[in-house]
Design a protein around this ligand. Sequence first.
Ligand code: C2E
Ligand code: MG
Ligand code: MG
Ligand code: MG
Length: 285
Amino acid sequence: DADMAMYHAKAKGRNNYQFFAKELAVLSSHRLSLRNKLKTAIEEEQFSLVYQPKVTTKENRIVGVEALIRWTLPDGQVTPPNEFIPAAEDNGLILPISNWVFEEAIKQAKAWESSAPSYFTVAVNMSARQFQQPDLVESLMALLAKYELPARFLEIEITESMVMEDVESAIRVLARLRRLGIRIAIDDFGTGYSSLGYLKSLPIDCLKIDKRFVDELFKSKADRALVSTIIYLSHVMGVQVVAEGVETEEALKLLDDMTCDLIQGYYFSKPVQAEEIVQMLEKHR
Ligand code: C2E
Ligand code: MG
Ligand code: MG
Ligand code: MG
């Protein structure tokens, strides 16, 4: 009857509420403990960088590397960046982490300077919050000066969504960075707004086609046409194209046919320690 129905509805509502509250508590305590663990990680330097080569599609010559962060706990457990970078972006710890990443990458680039070819670049992923810092350009200039690294060694990877947050201001910041000689790459292209139209107004040097597209190359004609078009348009605008996550020779061949300039992926190499990059550079000289 009606009373009974009311009783059940209330009980259900209360249960739902209790369930929800419990979920929230678990979630926020999880967040809090992740935040504390990240703080410890910063203080105790549990982070390190690995580097993945970018090579020419044709001759597989190394033209640069991308720095990728790794978090290793004292017990050896490794947490992948996709599991803590978004959280750090939310809880604010991304700023000290990003500062550490840039300093470490610039220090390493300086160490490579004498053995690397003149066109060699070290790419660093910029965080969304970092990109919004008003003193971004000055602090990068200060870091380059501290290590006496010519700006042309540094490439910054930003995503479409970071640009779309505030297009006008993004263009201004990117233009300033480029005037210093820093290279700019759009990362994960095709996963965000993917508007080819606004590309022409962006002061960029390089466009990285996301792995998802690369994986679709063999599945659909439409995806092949899309990638071809992206490459064509980029070249018209004087922008270099990198295909991310290339794992097979077949993909490499297809991308070469499409005149894609560079590839990055397990086909050539996984991300490796800095020392291995020196060996690779010597071998591929
Ligand atoms: P991303 O910048 O797009 O980096 C490429 C990711 O693809 C890396 O994952 C790399 O290891 C992986 N990858 C490269 N080639 C292949 C391949 O052939 N197959 C497969 N399956 N994967 C491949 P990783 O190192 O786990 O990084 C994931 C994401 O975390 C990065 O994507 C980037 O968005 C973020 N990230 C990594 N390091 C940093 C950092 O220092 N700062 C910031 N802000 N974000 C970072
Ligand atoms: Mg990247
Ligand atoms: Mg990417
Ligand atoms: Mg990615």
